[in-house]
Design a protein around this ligand. Structure first.
Ligand SMILES: [Zn+2]
Length: 406
């Protein structure tokens, strides 16, 4: 039967195998358009921390409804964090903007899997403090604001919400010199272009650190644009709303703070957009390591903001999980292959039965047609109706059964 319609059967076999592959790669990082759900995101972060000595994870606090706000530290274990340039990365202040969380998860999984060798090399000079989900309550509801209905990116300086207070405590504890607040435009927003906003020269922070911010913005975006995606370079002014995270941190914390936005309408593919977020973070690390002028600026800034970094708690670095031995991987794949073959064999057997029934039906219909033609031609007499099928009126009525009462 297989050779009657091999194409159909092979397609079935391929579909079964692909569904199995999807199940098998459940733990791999999502590169699909469907964003990762909150519990799975937490699991992936813990897995990354277990797999690499460069990655640690602690709790930054809890959301309005008590969900954990994780803080991931990406650093070189041999270099004190206080001697590095610290980059604080804010993701998902708005629960319906998934790209920043996806980018952080992918980047950390790649680093944990040994696929970011350059990044690991940069960590001798740069540390990343990443908050992959600042608004978990908004994330689980897929909406912009938090569980109290507050837009977190209008709460800086007010600090009415536990989420913004948790991030403020991270900032106070680790004193990052650079802050990147990562967002994406939604259909409600009036702007539709990729952009990075930095403090303008006329703002108080802009006078002191603006030249470093603008150089960093210029250089980082020039590298991103080499991928063919144009970015607007925006500068905020003293009259701009100061309740946005990057403006608050720039004004209060003497940090070089940026707002990063991408345009989903122009780049609908989530993997392509998340690659831009990862490139921006990597480019910042590269520039801080290799750009002579920026290095000089950052050294001066580091002297201005020098302090003794607190030690990271031991619990931030869970025991490393041993890599899976090759025989185990081979056994898993053999089981998957055997399962696919059983599925294929069952589907083949089922197809065979259906085909046999179809042939029998066709033969019976053909015989009936031949018989009818023979009867019409008078070559054959129609079969007599069996006595058991005679109509009732032509026969004697059966005797009525006497009831017990009679
Ligand atoms: Zn946003």
């Amino acid at each position: 039967m297989f050779f009657l319609n091999p194409c159909k059967h092979w397609l079935r076999f391929l579909a079964a195998s692909l569904s199995l592959l999807c199940l098998a790669s459940f733990n791999a990082v999502s590169t699909q358009a469907q964003p990762v759900a909150y519990p799975l995101a937490l699991r992936k972060l813990r897995e990354a921390a277990r797999s690499s000595e460069h990655i640690g994870i602690v709790s930054a606090g809890a959301s309005k409804e008590g969900r954990d706000i994780p803080l991931v530290v990406l650093r070189d274990p041999q270099t004190p964090v206080g001697k590095t340039v610290r980059i604080l990365v804010l993701c998902r202040q708005h629960g319906d903007e998934a790209a920043s969380t996806e980018a952080a998860l992918q980047w950390l999984a790649r680093a944990a899997g040994g696929k970011e060798a350059e990044l690991i090399g940069l960590l001798r000079r740069v540390s990343y403090f990443i908050l992959p989900v600042i608004n978990p309550d908004g994330m689980v509801r897929n909406r912009r604001d938090n569980a109290a209905g507050v837009d977190l990116n209008r709460d800086w300086g007010v600090f009415s919400q536990p989420e913004t207070r948790a991030v403020r405590s991270v900032f106070r504890k680790w004193r990052p010199q650079i802050v990147v607040d990562m967002h994406e435009w939604t259909s409600r927003d009036p702007h539709y272009r990729n952009m990075v906003e930095a403090p303008g020269p006329e703002t108080p922070v802009g006078k002191e650190l603006g030249h470093i911010a603008r150089r960093l913005q210029q250089e980082a975006l020039a590298r991103l644009e080499s991928h063919g995606k144009p970015f607007d370079r925006i500068h905020y002014r003293p009259v701009s709303n100061p309740r946005l995270a990057h403006r608050y941190f720039a004004a209060q914390g003497r940090a070089i703070a940026f707002l990063f936005e991408t345009q989903p309408q122009a780049i609908p593919s989530m993997p392509r957009r998340t690659a831009l977020y990862r490139s921006l973070l990597l480019n910042l690390g590269r520039l801080l390591n290799h750009h002579a002028t920026l290095k000089g600026d950052l050294d001066r800034l580091q002297r201005l903001t020098a302090w003794q970094a607190p030690p990271l708690p031991e619990s931030a670095f869970p025991p490393r999980s041993e890599p899976r031995p090759p025989w185990q991987t081979a056994a898993i794949w053999s089981a998957i292959l055997a399962y696919a073959m059983v599925l294929f064999a069952v589907s083949q057997r089922q197809s065979g039965r259906i085909e046999a029934h179809r042939r029998l039906l066709t033969r019976t219909k053909h015989n009936i047609r031949i018989g009818q033609r023979a009867i019409l031609a008078g070559k054959r007499k129609p079969a007599k109706t069996p006595a058991t099928q005679k109509p009732l009126e032509g026969r004697e009525k059966p005797a009525r059964k006497r009831s017990m009462a009679a």
